[in-house]
Design a protein around this ligand. Sequence first.
Ligand SMILES: O=C(O)CCC(=O)C(=O)O
Ligand SMILES: [Fe+2]
Length: 214
Amino acid sequence: MVVKEQSIVHVTGNTMTMTDRPIRVVGKLEEPLILILENVLSSEECDALIALASDRMQRSRIGSTPTVSDIRTSSSMFFEEGENEWIQTIEARLSALMQVPLRNAEPLQVLHYRPGEQYQPHYDYFTSGAVANNRISTLVMYLNDVEEGGETYFPSLQLSVAPKKGSAVYFEYFYSDNRLNERTLHAGTPVVIGEKWVATQWMRRQPFRERNGA
Ligand SMILES: O=C(O)CCC(=O)C(=O)O
Ligand SMILES: [Fe+2]
């Protein structure tokens, strides 16, 4: 008998209604759980995140590596936890959607890719040594439409998600069978025409934030 492993997010039907807006489930892979979601952010929220992030972007660094890396050629920034009303509203929605308490959330990140820029295949969880409070799930939200390229690609699953403003891809990697976690290897393929803005929410296994309740 093949027993399906517990997932963090439970989905029934094609709409997730526990949040302040109806989020549509337009694609689903069971194991590892991957969801393609529409209507996660409103058009106004996407524009606001880009506007708020724009003058705070820096060339991305990988983890604590002090040097800029070719693995990720985009630029990025982090919002402060609940730093304004937009962020507060969005963070509350993402916590409900991802079914993880807000105190386990990392700060919301924004990434910007120009033509030719990409994020090479990687795991979002940390693989070096014993990590006490590792990441368990990711939501990548697309803040604009990309003319060509810039898909989120899962090479082990041969699954490609095209960016679409307000949509998102969710995946989790908290399985006891590590082969399932490893299938969440993913990349941001090079942008060919246009530019790409995404916001990423990572969740931790245990509380991570100082504020927003213990
Ligand atoms: O840009 C993408 O499509 C993927 C972003 C990503 O993998 C991340 O932020 O961890
Ligand atoms: Fe990633």
